[in-house]
Structures are given as C-alpha cells and as structure tokens.
Design a protein around this ligand. Structure first.
Ligand SMILES: Cc1ncc(COP(=O)(O)O)c(C=O)c1O
Ligand SMILES: [Zn+2]
Length: 389
C-alpha cells in the first residue's frame, strides 16, 4: 500500500484514505493523496519503467490503488508527444495529444483512477457534473467497473458527449444552466440517492490520474521538463496534478528544482482565473454569463482556483484568455500543418502561443508543450456553425 493518507490542500488537516471522502471536513477544500515515495522508489525506478506497459498504470507505485487490486482500465495514458515544427518555426513546440485516450479525451486518466478507487472503497452509484468529456469518461469507466453513472450536463453540451454517455449506459440529465448548476443539483440530491460525488477535485483521486500527464511528459522528454506548458484550464485538475507530479518526481530524485512556466489558457467568454491573476487575487470570483464554444472551459467557478493561481505565480507563468474566433481560426491551421483535428480547448492553447510570442512572454527557441486535451470530432456542430458563416 503506497497511499499513506489524505491531506487538505488548503489547511493541511489529515483524512483517512481507507474510506470514501470528498472535501476537507474542516475547510471544504480539496484533499490530496500523500504517497509513500520512499516505498515507491524501491520498485519504481526510471530504468524499471522502460519495461512496463504503456498505460498510466505503469506509474502504479505513485497511484493510490493498492497493488493487489485490479484497476478499472481501458488502456488510458501513454499518449504521443508530437513535434510541431510547422506550426511554430521559432519555438521548439510539442503537442501532447490526449485525444488518443479512451473516450477521446484526457478525462479518461482521472476517471480510470477515480473510478478504480471509488469501486475499491465500495461506491455503487457515481454522479458527476460535466462539460461533456468528463461525463463520457465516467460513463465508460463506470460501465467497465459495473457501477452506475449519473451524469449532469448543461443542455447545450456537444451532442457527441450526450449520445456517448447514453450509449455507454449512463443515466443522463440535461440541465438548463452551467456546470456549476449541474454540480449544485448533485449536491442537493446525492444523500437521498446514495450517489458518490465524482466532481473534479471534490474527490481526491481524479487528480491522481491527471498527474500522470506530468510523469509521462517528463519521461518522454528524457526527464528534462520543458520551458513552458500551455494548458486549457477549466477546473484546472491537469495543471494541479502535473505540479504535484513534478514535486513527487523531485522527491524521487528524478528531476531537479527547475519547473516549466505554467500558463492557464481560458476562453475570453469564461476567464475567471485570468481575471483573478490580473487582479493579483488568491482566489477567483464566479465569472458572470459564461459563454464559449470550448465547452470544457465553460467553468465559471472552480474549487481549485486558489491552487491554479498559486501554481501559475510560483512557476512565473500566467493566465491568458483567447476568444472563440481565435480558436476557430487556428484549428484548421493546426490541422493542415500538423495533421491533428484538435478540440477548441486545445485550439485555445495554440492561439495563446501566438499571443504570448508576440508579447515576448515566450522567447524564440524555448521548448513549449501544448496539451491537446481532446478530439475535434466531439465538437462537430460547433465547428460546422462557424465554418458555415
Ligand atoms: C477537452 C477539454 N479540455 C480541457 C478541459 C478543462 O480541464 P480541467 O477541468 O482539468 O481544467 C476540459 C474539461 O471539461 C475538456 O473537456
Ligand atoms: Zn482543509
């Protein structure tokens, strides 16, 4: 057993890892898994990894599931890191293509680990508010685990996500409103219904799956982290997870003290972190009238806001907003030059790269990694709508 305990990311209060937990009992903030890195390092060495399976379960010793328990897996992780020399001639650009995960998005990572733990700890009915991709991923992993999935999505969630959840056997409810309204509906009903709330960062283990983005990136770059990371931030779980992974890898002696400059990329129509960053605030106020085609970025209020803000400041990175028009313009450019049909959230990062280069916040020759967090295929109506104009 490599999981030592859970610890609050805000106040440090300890919680048991041996039962189902949501937020910190004392501060209502996210709990983090504390892994026994000393024990992990006995078997998980950089050399040992070379012989292991490609999925994210290759990092088994730093994941919370006990070693003798079978994970709920569909082959998540192990996605390619692709050079993108044609899109950006003057920086050393790489794309981590997360659209190759099961259910075509990086949400598979979090759900594989989150559902594995929920099942192991006895949950039978899982509920999640989703912008779309997290719902699809929960539906798939819940089916695989033999537990119920109850998914709440805004009515205008991309059609592909809704149909996918339905065909995977989930209970789907469409809500008039935003992801925050979906979360509130679950909070109201979960006790009566016996649901375990799988909202991102409101349970401790999805972020553990997402942290494998950081492990994989380091491994693929031969343990040399890039200068800059551009991440499309909604709830921010990937950004927060990667930062945790970097700290763990430093403790393991795998990397040094240097960190990439972390940029949270948001949509101009929903940019709570950008606003808070620019205002010098430690947490972010709810963004009014959130609206963007990048449905994964339509998160007006995130429980991990304070963690994202801390990370982008500590790393000397930043937060930047991109409007839908810029996402739409850059998508066929990436498609035509690099051969990837990216999602609007990924597109936001490519547009942000152009802005950050013009502002000289990224220098010529720097190594930059963009996360294409999902597939453009899930957003056909959004891309159709704009190309028909
Ligand atoms: C494709 C895509 N990219 C990015 C995000 C934002 O991810 P996070 O909540 O980890 O910030 C989402 C969330 O729904 C998404 O679906
Ligand atoms: Zn706390």
């Amino acid at each position: 057993m490599f999981l030592k305990r859970l610890e609050c990311s805000a106040c440090g209060v300890e919680h048991e890892g041996s039962r189902l937990q949501n937020l910190c009992r004392s501060s209502n903030k996210p709990l983090f898994a504390i892994v026994d890195l000393k024990a992990a390092s006995r078997t998980m060495t950089r050399e040992a990894l070379l012989a292991r399976e490609k999925s994210l379960w290759r990092y088994r010793e730093v994941l919370p599931l006990p070693a003798d328990v079978e994970p709920v897996s569909l082959g998540e992780g192990g996605t390619p890191l692709l050079g993108a020399p044609k899109f950006a001639e003057d920086v050393d650009l790489w794309i981590k293509d997360e659209s190759l995960n099961p259910t075509q998005s990086f949400k598979a990572r979090g759900m594989s680990v989150g559902v594995s733990m929920a099942k192991y700890l006895g949950a039978k009915k899982l509920a999640v508010p989703s912008a779309g991709n997290a719902g699809g991923a929960l539906a798939a992993y819940a089916a695989r685990a033999g537990v119920e999935a109850h998914i709440f999505m805004p009515r205008d969630t991309p059609r592909a996500n809704v149909v996918e959840c339905r065909e995977l056997g989930a209970h789907v409810t469409l809500i008039e409103g935003l992801i925050t309204d979906c979360g509130a509906e679950i909070a109201r009903r979960r006790e009566n219904e016996g649901w375990f709330d799988m909202s991102t960062l409101k349970e401790p283990y999805r972020v553990e799956g997402k942290k494998t983005l950081g492990y994989e990136l380091a491994e693929q770059l031969n343990w040399q982290l890039p200068d800059v990371i551009l991440y499309p931030a909604g709830g921010g779980t990937g950004l927060i997870g990667m930062w945790k992974a970097f700290d763990e890898m430093e403790a393991l002696g795998w990397i040094g003290k240097d960190r990439p400059r972390m940029f949270a990329v948001q949509a101009a129509g929903c940019a709570p972190i950008v606003r808070a960053f620019e205002a010098g605030e430690k947490s972010a106020a709810e963004f009014p009238n959130a609206n963007t085609m990048a449905s994964g970025l339509r998160v007006p209020k995130a429980i991990g806001d304070f963690l994202m803000l801390k990370i982008i400041r500590e790393s000397d990175g930043g937060a930047i907003a991109v409007d839908d028009e810029q996402m739409v313009r850059v998508t066929p450019e990436v498609g035509g030059k690099e051969g990837l049909f990216i999602c609007p959230e990924g597109a936001a990062c490519f547009a942000a790269l152009k802005l950050l280069r013009s502002a000289n916040k990224i220098a010529s020759g720097e190594r930059v990694v963009i996360f294409n967090t999902g597939s453009g295929i899930k957003y056909l109506e959004a891309y159709d709508r704009v190309s028909a104009r």
